[in-house]
Design a protein. Structure first.
Length: 358
């Protein structure tokens, strides 16, 4: 019996993530810009936007709380000005939060000295931004090895490590090229390789693909999933594109006006939006892209199935197969045991917009 893969790259189930340790926690994080922001928050612990405005302050991040598990791709998204990039910078302490707590491996990152913070960034954090910021006078190999050079790593060792990650991101053979000799997608791969050269424990990516053409962007998303399948990094990824979030995220936080509105899997956000804003934000998402076989399955009833799908498989990944087969598929858990069945008619109804009521 054939098994239909849920995606080109295997993904870890939501249940598995819940069992993993928490890598990063941000609790009641605020970033307020303006004179006297800290004293204002001390006197007004939970101000609304109107109160902030009246005080001449801007609440870029307001009372944000998140926790990210080891090996998870956690996406923070929202429209421009929603506070997503500011929150990422607070979590990595590139900027100082006005209030709140940030724990990295259980240690309070906000209490780390400047020297300790430098060491954490050098050895435990990787960062990739929208602008590649490659050094134009250095080759691919030299750019990728640069963070290790800053650490004082021996040249032979750092070049060996650089060659490893260059091969990992698919640029083997271009070690001697300069940035100007590379395409936009290749330059972004160099940026990714450079951030991975230090073997970071947590990886911050701030809209790394938004400047790329759509085809190259999709290629880079596939590349990220392939690398993640190998390295299992803890990733905090910023985007404003829900299609990108659907493809990459284990969980998503949606922000509006500096506040986190809802956190959940892409499926949870689409099927059970917490507010009208989230519902509108996800309104045009194709349900087959986010809805899993687990959600649509019925109890299994006797006999063998012509094909099987994993419970977390998205409907879109096997819709064509089940429609063509005209027979129910078996739904299996992580151990391959049948836990339900999914019918052709149910899938057709979903594709036609007639989804079941939550």
């Amino acid at each position: 019996m054939a098994t239909v893969s849920s995606a080109p790259v295997p993904r870890t189930s939501a249940a598995t993530f819940k069992a993993r340790p928490i890598k990063l926690v941000g609790t009641h994080v605020w970033k307020v810009f303006g004179r006297g922001a800290e004293s204002f928050l001390t006197e007004n612990p939970n101000p609304d936007p109107a109160q902030l405005h009246a005080a001449g302050l801007v609440g870029a991040v307001r009372d944000a709380t998140i926790s990210v598990h080891e090996g998870e791709i956690f996406i923070i998204m929202g429209l421009s000005g929603s506070g997503k990039s500011t929150l990422l910078r607070c979590l990595s302490r590139l900027i100082e939060p006005t209030a709140g707590e940030v724990l990295f491996d259980g240690a309070d990152l906000l209490k780390a000295s400047e020297r300790e913070l430098i060491e954490i960034r050098r050895h435990k954090m990787g960062m990739v931004f929208q602008h590649f910021a490659l050094l134009p006078h250095l080759t691919v190999l030299e750019n990728v090895a640069f963070p290790l050079s800053v650490q004082g790593v021996d040249r032979k060792i750092r070049e060996e490590r650089a060659r490893e990650v260059i091969e990992l991101v698919g640029l083997k053979g271009r070690e001697g090229f300069y940035p100007r000799e590379l395409s936009g997608g290749q330059q972004q791969r160099v940026g990714i390789a450079r951030s991975l050269s230090v073997k970071p424990e947590i990886w911050f990516l701030d809209e790394p693909y938004s400047a790329l053409d759509p085809l190259i962007r999709r290629e880079m998303q596939s590349e990220l999933l392939r690398i993640q399948a190998v390295l299992q990094k803890t990733i905090i990824f910023i985007t404003h594109d829900f299609d990108e979030a659907i493809r990459l995220a284990d969980r998503v936080a949606i922000m509006k006006d500096g506040e986190i509105i809802q956190i959940g899997t892409p499926e949870e956000l689409v099927i059970r939006p917490a507010t009208s804003y989230v519902a509108e934000f996800t309104r045009d998402v194709a349900r087959a892209k986010v809805m899993s076989a687990r959600r649509l399955m019925e109890p299994a009833t006797g006999g063998e199935f012509v094909q099987r799908v994993e419970a977390d498989s998205k409907i879109a990944s096997f819709a064509a197969d089940i429609v063509a087969a005209d027979q129910p598929f078996g739904v299996v858990d992580e151990n391959g045991a049948i836990i339900g069945r999914i019918d052709r008619r149910t899938v057709i109804d979903l594709l036609a917009g007639r989804e079941p009521v939550a």
